[in-house]
Design a protein around this ligand. Structure first.
Ligand code: UDP
Ligand code: MG
Length: 318
């Protein structure tokens, strides 16, 4: 098969209940485009029947389907990385396997890319997720906006289009913990955003536990900003200045009578203050640890994921 115009990259983790519905909508939507395409599924170590279903789909549409099977669970972003390594299209589009991103929107992304953009981000119209997820996302969006240069209205929507140039640059990044939409945005010369529909998950449950979500957001923050560390340096300076102030208050208190500054006593109640400062220090050390741990993972330079098998037709040398 010669290089197609469009590569669709889809990470799959335990999606057995929804995969057939995805195939039933995705392939007709792509056929309707009238452009050449390939679909690359990455099975991220599913322990259900996902791999078998993907294999069946490969047998049904072998000329446009490619399957990468990981030997374990390495996370959505690593799965997409593996998809990017193999994608051959001029336009590479990522979407989720759970049909939350309607395949019919692919046409709009392609059209926008053909207007000359190298990155098309998306904003979910009427997002269909829990109130908790929506408000937590809103908060993280705001924080990211403040501490990085990345301008995304809706960072969480993974249905996005990237030019092959951007994908090539991403392929040169050996990041262990990353957040692909942000990484791509930092390389894009002419990015834009469009609104897309968002649907409820067709089947199964979200694969992100609260813990995984927190880890992912730490990846986003630590991967793209050192502002949190700088805030701690500033807090350190402020605390030192504060301690000098307390010293003066103590001195005054000693020289004048106690009753004079009775109200001030509460200010430097040593237990409360001690708790506060210990808490602050521990938080600072923890934060530092988040960065150091990632540096450690990075310097060990172990393989980021292991591919067990690839199902694809022989690709002619180009
Ligand atoms: N996913 C994955 N590996 C993981 C977690 C998720 O490949 O460790 C895939 C999952 O199958 C889906 C996409 O990433 O295609 C988004 O996951 P999910 O829909 O659970 O996330 P949410 O929509 O709740 O943010
Ligand atoms: Mg989902």
């Amino acid at each position: 098969m010669s290089a197609p115009l469009i590569s669709i990259v889809i990470p799959v983790y335990n999606e057995e209940d929804g995969l057939q519905a995805l195939f039933d909508r995705l392939y007709p939507a792509l056929d309707a485009l009238g452009e050449t395409f390939e679909v690359i599924f990455i099975n991220d170590g599913s322990i259900d029947r996902s791999a078998a279903l993907l294999r069946q789909q490969f047998e049904r549409r072998p000329e446009v389907t490619r399957i990468v099977l990981f030997n374990g669970n390495y996370g959505q972003h690593m799965a997409i990385m593996a998809g990017f390594q193999r994608a051959r299209g001029d336009i590479v589009i990522t979407l989720d396997a759970d049909l939350q991103n309607p395949p019919e929107e692919i046409a709009h992304l392609v059209k926008k890319m053909q207007e000359g953009h190298d990155y098309v981000g998306t904003i979910r119209r009427k997002r269909q997720d829990s109130l908790f997820r929506r408000s937590a996302s809103r908060m993280m969006n705001k924080l990211r906006e403040k501490i990085t240069h990345i301008q995304m209205t809706d960072q969480g929507c993974m249905m996005r289009a990237y030019s092959s140039d951007i994908v090539n640059v991403i392929n040169q990044c050996a990041e262990v913990n990353t957040f692909i939409p942000a990484l791509a945005y930092s390389f894009a010369a002419n990015p834009t955003e469009i609104e897309v529909a968002h649907e409820e998950r067709t089947a199964g449950e979200s694969k992100y536990s609260l813990y995984k979500l927190i880890r992912l957001n730490f990846d986003l923050v630590t991967g793209f900003s050192v502002v949190p560390l700088q805030i701690f340096s500033l807090l350190g300076i402020l605390t030192s200045l504060g301690s000098v102030l307390f010293l003066f208050i103590l001195l005054i208190k000693r020289t004048i009578s106690d009753s004079f500054i009775v109200g001030l006593g509460a200010l430097y109640d040593r237990d409360v203050l001690g708790f506060f400062l210990i808490g602050l220090t521990l938080f600072g050390i923890g934060l530092l640890g988040e960065y150091v741990g990632r540096i450690y993972q990075q310097v060990r330079a172990r393989p980021r994921y292991i591919i067990k098998a690839v199902l694809e037709q022989k690709i002619a040398d180009e």
